[in-house]
Design a protein around this ligand. Structure first.
Ligand SMILES: [Zn+2]
Length: 400
């Protein structure tokens, strides 16, 4: 790994077992870790303004290279002053590499099954060719043939001006066989070297680069990938690809990957962030998490809640909420819970009012922000295992 404070500085302080608190220093401010990262896929966190998101305590959001490349295009965003200015966000931005989306076109639900993504529709475009050079695909925007390889992903992320860029990789699905996973992981390593070369020469001097560890669910492939990626000139590490078919398998893949990563490196678990995953990942020493769950659930009339038996969520459309005068979740400090009843939000959801999406996004993002904040406090107090037990036992993050 490289050390270049102009790109990124990471300082850890309190430790509790493998877990730690820390600070990432970027040119758009500091990020307290462990942190959850909301998705601003198309340059917006759906239903919320940049000011709303900052007001919830978030310091880092994730922009999507693939979607912004297709529309409005990275050149337009660069002409307009870069992604921060374009979306009016003063905090830090991480951009994914586009690899996940490009390969979703090929693998159907690359969607590693544990992330619960649904199979891609035809409207998402289609893959034309995967080669050493990169991937040719058909755009879902206008049907045009487009190409993305490692250098293109780096170039797009440089033009967007994100603080943290991710290397271009293939996100291998759970259903891929060992042979395919091994060959794909090798190619991801070759692509990483091309990303590192391009980034060292051409990227903005304040942009950091994270390498992505692949290897599917295979212990030896994960170990090799962890060592290969850690040996390159990157500023941080991410864990990608399938993590298995269920949560115990996911935690197992983390347990066999993390020991092979340098302890001092900032570590990002890609695409994972349900309440139980956050606390389990934090306990294992991960620092960053991004996930579509809070914002996607908001669009599907669903609130996060301390309900371990109900996947930490409930659907507001159920008729039992029609006259319910309680808040979404008792004690939640968000605007939706402080000001409104379940009955009102149930009604807005049934009417498909945009306000329902907004209120649920505020609630769900508050829930996860409080959860990681509580974890940071617990690590400082040396009581993370107690915090974890109580959350997994059904306590709300602000009640622990
Ligand atoms: Zn709330």
């Amino acid at each position: 790994m490289r050390t270049d404070p102009a790109r990124l500085r990471f300082e850890t302080d309190a430790k509790d077992g493998a877990a730690r608190t820390g600070r990432l220093f970027t040119s758009h401010g500091e990020i307290e870790t462990p942190a959850f990262i909301p998705l601003a896929t198309r340059g917006t966190i759906r239903g919320l303004s940049a000011e709303d998101v900052a007001g919830l305590g978030y310091q880092l959001v994730l922009g999507n290279t693939f979607h912004l490349f297709l529309a409005p295009g990275e050149e337009r965003i660069a002409e307009l002053g870069g992604l921060h200015r374009f979306m009016g966000w003063d905090g830090a931005i991480i951009t994914d590499s586009g690899g996940f989306q490009v390969f979703s076109l090929a693998h159907g639900a690359v969607a590693d099954e544990i992330k619960g993504r649904r199979a891609r529709q035809g409207s998402q475009g289609s893959i034309l060719d995967i080669a050493e050079e990169g991937v040719r695909f058909r755009s879902y925007v206008d049907g045009a043939e487009r190409f993305m390889g490692p250098e293109d992903s780096m170039r797009v992320q440089a033009a967007l001006g994100s603080d943290l860029a991710l290397a271009f990789d293939e996100c291998t699905p759970y259903h891929a066989e060992r042979d395919y996973t091994a060959r794909s992981t090798e190619r991801t390593h070759r692509w990483l070297h091309r990303c590192v070369d391009w980034h060292a020469r051409e990227a903005p001097p304040t942009q950091a680069l994270f390498g992505i560890v692949q290897g599917g669910t295979y212990a030896d492939l994960r170990e090799e990938s962890a060592q290969r990626v850690s040996a390159t000139e990157v500023d941080g590490l991410a864990i990608g690809g399938t993590l298995g078919r269920d949560k115990p398998e996911m935690y197992g893949v983390l347990d066999l990957t993390l020991p092979h990563l340098p302890r001092e490196a900032p570590k990002h678990l890609l695409g994972i962030g349900e309440p139980d995953d956050l606390v389990e990942g934090i306990a294992r020493g991960l620092d960053l998490f991004d996930c579509a769950v809070p914002t996607r659930l908001a669009r599907h009339a669903t609130a996060l809640a301390p309900r371990p038996d109900g996947r930490y969520r409930f659907d507001l459309r159920r008729t039992s909420f029609a006259a319910d005068e309680g808040p979404l979740v008792e004690g939640c400090p968000c605007e939706a819970c402080e000001r409104h009843t379940r009955a009102y939000i149930h009604y807005l959801c049934r009417q498909e009012e945009l306000t329902a999406v907004r209120l649920l996004a505020l609630h769900n993002l508050t829930y996860l922000e409080r959860l990681v904040r509580g974890a940071r406090e617990a690590i400082r107090a040396g009581s993370l295992s107690d915090y974890r037990e109580r959350l997994l036992g059904g306590a709300a993050p602000w009640a622990v």
